[in-house]
Write a protein that binds this ligand. Structure first.
Ligand code: NCD
Length: 336
């Protein structure tokens, strides 16, 4: 995994964006996640892999799935875990990020997992700590572990993503999940169509190699319908992206009339039931939402393992043994 090219010998690897990964990296992480899946079916669900290591999760934005799964993932790997929720801080964002990371770095964590509303926050954290950094979402930019867990979920059902048609529906404009998933899906050979109103799909997206449709009937042709949340918190005040929620759900809502048997319906959560997805679809036989949450645990275990063990060949049994402590890492740089 060539994440953030090393500026010095033994520089740490980070996971900031899907573009930090190549196909081999993705394959290796997904294979490692599968080996952890077997452990999750045992009575004793803990492995000694990260014994003696410290993982810190720092969330400046609200989260249920991502924060809980990173925390549990680190615990299942026997790491020591510190979880900090810094939501609602009134301190200037740049300053509070720097202060928080420098404070936490005094404990010499091996990994810092960070979510922040500002684009580029996770990348900045890499300059303030000697830990490996995982981006758990930075504004509407990237959410690489969500992408990996979604790829894992689709593969578990369909075997391969090659030539699969995935429709990503809704508020693409404000979605870090869409940006990460487009990259990951294309990397594994899927065809991607973005479906939604013109106001919520940036024009430049076609340059990424996706198709765009402003007609909800385009989802009929898809193998996977990936529904996005209406992300009101990221919409600029006074901007009318949609006439009303009622009209949005009438025109763009993923409802049972619009889903045919055999299609996979996915949503990163939290869902606005009755807005972008109807409850009968969310809870129906096509829905893989709970599988996504489950996948989040083993995939995040695999990401933590991969960062600390190094990018060697996939070795499922090695992931279940303690990772040897690597030689020293550089400490204490300033935030840019
Ligand atoms: C997503 C996020 O936070 O970007 N959710 C998640 O991580 N489970 C998507 C969203 O908030 O809509």
């Amino acid at each position: 995994m060539e994440l953030f090219p090393p500026s010095q010998p033994q520089a740490r690897r980070h996971l900031i964006s899907v573009s930090d990964l190549d196909r081999d990296d993705v394959e290796r992480i997904l294979a490692t996640a599968e080996s952890f899946e077997a452990v999750m079916h045992r009575d004793l669900k803990k492995v000694p892999t990260l014994r003696g290591r410290t993982v810190m999760t720092v969330f400046f934005e609200s989260s249920t799935r991502t924060s809980s799964s990173f925390e549990l993932a680190a615990k299942r790997l026997s790491a020591d875990v510190v979880s900090l929720k810094a939501v609602g801080s009134s301190v200037d964002k740049g300053e509070s990020l720097r202060d928080t990371v420098q404070t936490l770095s005094a404990y010499d964590p091996d990994v810092i997992v960070i979510r922040h509303a500002a684009v580029g926050a996770a990348a900045r954290v890499t300059k303030a700590t000697s830990a490996h950094v995982v981006n758990a979402g930075d504004g509407c930019h990237q959410h690489p572990t969500q992408c990996l867990l979604d790829l894992y979920t689709i593969r578990a059902v369909r075997g391969s993503l090659d030539s699969l048609h995935v429709a990503i529906v809704g508020d693409v404009m404000h979605s870090r999940v869409a940006r990460s998933n487009i990259q990951g899906l294309l990397m594994l050979g899927a065809r991607v169509t973005l479906v939604g109103p013109p106001t919520l799909i940036p024009r430049h997206m076609t340059s990424l190699g996706v198709e765009v449709s402003h007609d909800i009937s385009a989802i009929a042709d898809a193998d996977v319908i990936y529904v996005l949340r209406m992300q009101h918190e990221r919409m600029s005040e006074g901007e009318a992206y949609i006439p009303s929620l009622r009209e949005y759900s009438a025109l763009w809502g993923v409802t049972s009339e619009r889903v045919r048997p055999g299609q996979l319906v996915m949503h990163p959560g939290p869902m606005n039931r009755g807005v972008e997805i109807s409850s009968d679809v969310a809870d129906g036989p096509s829905s893989h939402v709970i599988d996504q949450v489950r996948a989040g645990l083993v995939v995040r275990m695999a990401v933590l393992y991969d960062l600390l063990a190094g990018p060697g060949p996939a070795d499922a049994s090695a992931a279940l043994r303690p990772v040897p402590v690597a030689a020293g890492v550089a400490a204490g740089q300033e935030v840019a």
